[in-house]
Design a binder for this molecule. Structure first.
Ligand code: GDP
Ligand code: ZN
Length: 304
């Protein structure tokens, strides 16, 4: 072929596993890790980025960053969006029997997932803590989500129960776990990644820099297939700023009705001829979802 020659042969695809400052740890196609440097003109490189890299004597150099399918970002100290992870395909919203779950928080995470354009599912953890009527009540509270296409899995990280359906859902994805403190995210990560230490241990071997710090977003390979990107920053990912149209799109079951209200600028709160309120009346939209939409809409900048 025309592109033969040492340089072309040596360029291979890779995935950024973790970044520490100017150092990248890139997984090759067989999972082997390489310490790579990169040129500043490639733009920001973060965990999950797909790259092209070339081996050098001791490690490698990243020569290109491929387009991202999604970017998870957070505002930096100056309020500018800064990427923390790339190419995530799924958000797992973790809730638990205790602390008392909040559908409002769940809805914020779901809007955030819709906004970055990735799939979402809900993992209801600590199911071992409830039984009988209490358990039924909890499940019926969350039944609104599978009804609109967000899968719901019930698990007990502590007892390692119900993990198979979750593992199955993670298989074809690059996922992150999000949720409030205390719901069992670390416990779940430990249950899903029994070899987490081994994977980070391989990183320190590659780096020779001693123990790998786990504060940076890191891409792990799940034993049952798929990948998990984990870090405290990723777990505490929250809804960013958005406008009204984005919020309407963020509540997926509203999309069919948006634009059908009598008033063009309908707030869906009190106007006559509101297609969305009609849909709630008709049992097609859960009233709790509309209430949370309206509450989130209050936080938006006023329209002129
Ligand atoms: P995180 O803050 O979301 O990372 O939550 P942790 O994983 O630290 O868990 C918070 C607490 O909940 C810990 O005391 C865990 O032992 C406990 N926990 C986690 N998963 C379960 C579970 O499935 N059942 C029960 N009963 N406790 C759990
Ligand atoms: Zn309306």
């Amino acid at each position: 072929a025309a592109l033969t020659g040492a340089a072309a042969d040596a360029a291979s695809p890779g995935r950024v596993v973790v970044r520490h400052g100017q150092n990248l740890y890139v997984a090759d196609e067989t999972g082997g890790l390489h310490h790579c440097l990169f040129r500043q003109n490639l733009g920001e490189l973060v965990c999950g980025d797909r790259v092209v890299w070339q081996p050098t004597g001791s490690g490698g150099v990243v020569t290109a960053r491929l387009d991202r399918t999604s970017t998870l970002s957070r505002p930096d100290y100056a309020g500018r969006d800064k990427a923390i992870a790339a190419n995530i395909t799924q958000v797992v919203v973790v809730v638990a029997a205790r602390p008392e779950p909040s559908e409002y928080l769940v809805d914020q995470y779901l809007v955030a997932a819709e906004q970055i354009g990735v799939a979402a599912l809900i993992a209801l953890n600590k199911i071992d803590l409830v039984e009988g009527a209490e358990r039924e009540a909890l499940l019926s509270r969350f039944a609104r989500y599978p009804a609109i296409g967000y899968p719901l899995v019930t698990v007990s990280a502590k007892r390692a129960q119900g993990l198979a359906p979750l593992t199955e859902r993670l298989r074809d994805h690059t996922s992150i776990l999000v949720g409030q403190s205390g719901v069992g995210k670390s416990s779940l990560v430990n249950a899903l990644l029994p070899d987490r230490e081994a994977q980070t241990g391989r990183l320190s071997e590659t780096t020779g820099h001693g123990r790998h710090t786990t504060s940076a977003a890191t891409l792990y390979r799940l034993p049952g297939g798929g990948e998990l990107i984990d870090s405290p920053g990723v777990r505490s990912f929250r809804l960013g700023r958005l406008d009204r149209a984005a919020l309407e799109q963020g509540f997926r079951e509203l999309r069919d009705y948006v634009g059908r209200c009598q008033f063009r600028d309908c707030s869906h709160a009190h106007e006559p001829g509101c297609a969305i309120r009609d849909a709630v009346e008709a049992g097609k939209i859960h009233p709790g979802r509309l209430a949370n939409f309206l509450h989130m809409a209050e936080g938006l900048a006023p329209r002129y």
